[in-house]
Design a protein around this ligand. Structure first.
Ligand SMILES: NC(=O)c1ccc[n+]([C@@H]2O[C@H](COP(=O)([O-])OP(=O)(O)OC[C@H]3O[C@@H](n4cnc5c(N)ncnc54)[C@H](OP(=O)(O)O)[C@@H]3O)[C@@H](O)[C@H]2O)c1
Length: 239
């Protein structure tokens, strides 16, 4: 194995912008051969900021997931780390929402994770790799959440998925964890996120880099005994 092929390989979804993009850039900087997935974002802008391989697809589609994983393997021959930063947001209480709204939240936040993990399990087992999903700060509290009730329902289901898959995969040396951001405003984040950004107890809103650093650690061998966990990276938001 030469120096190039010894470097681990990562796949980052939801990486057209925000936390996913910051994580992909950070992983590349630290020597990971990193592939990203974009869907509708501006590809030119993404390619300017991100030096690695770029694939287009919808992570709720099993066909797209299979195709993207095959493309990663064709180029780099292995897969060690997966970061799934897809998960659309919807503000407000349940009253006023229809079944389609809830279906959309579950598809974007929970089904996409289920679809992706099905596509990468075998490769992660081969390389004793790790996978990270994104929740939302406070999701473990099981409180009424009128601020974003359908979104938090979907993130809570995702945490349950993380714990179940972590237990299933632990005997194979595969680790599955969740990182839960607080408020990370960026150009495309929700108006709520931008409006509340000043109220984070730590005195500043989150940055993509805060999550990226935690993700890099969770993917590394330093975290080899950590699985099935959710970690808030939120500056005290939702404590
Ligand atoms: N930002 C925050 O304050 C915050 C707070 C709590 C939790 N989180 C969670 O942290 C994660 C990252 O958040 P973020 O704000 O950085 O992300 P984001 O801006 O909401 O979305 C990142 C990217 O996900 C892509 N995407 C959405 N659905 C997709 C699909 N089905 N297939 C492929 N790509 C898809 C979008 O691509 P296109 O634009 O190309 O369609 C988008 O560029 C999410 O899970 C989010 O729920 C964020």
């Amino acid at each position: 194995m030469n120096e190039q092929t010894a470097r681990p390989v990562a796949l980052v979804t939801g990486a057209g912008r925000g936390i996913g993009l910051e994580t992909a850039i950070d992983l590349s900087r630290r020597g990971w051969r990193t592939h990203v997935v974009w869907r509708n974002s501006n590809r030119e802008e993404l390619e300017q900021r991100f030096p690695g391989r770029v694939h287009r697809g919808d992570i709720t589609s099993e066909d797209d997931c299979r195709r993207i994983v095959a493309a990663v393997l064709e180029v780099d021959g292995r897969l060690d780390g997966v970061v799934h930063a897809v998960g659309e947001y919807m503000a407000g209480p349940l009253e006023g929402l229809g079944a389609d709204d809830l279906r959309h939240m579950l598809e974007s936040n929970t089904l996409s994770a289920f679809t992706l993990i099905r596509s990468v399990r075998a490769q992660l087992r081969t390389y004793r790799g790790a996978c990270i999903f994104f929740g939302a700060a406070g999701v473990e509290g099981l409180r009424a959440r009128g601020d974003a009730a359908a979104y938090i329902m979907a993130k809570t289901a995702l945490l349950s998925l993380v714990r179940s898959v972590a237990k299933e995969e632990a005997p194979f040396g595969v680790r599955i964890n969740m990182l839960s951001p607080g408020l990370v405003p960026h150009e495309h984040s929700s108006e709520d996120t931008k409006a509340l950004a000043g109220s984070v107890p730590a005195g500043r809103p989150g940055r993509g880099a805060d999550l990226a650093h935690a993700a890099v650690w969770l993917l590394s061998s330093e975290a080899e005994h950590v699985t099935g966990q959710n970690m808030d990276v939120a500056g005290g938001w939702m404590l």
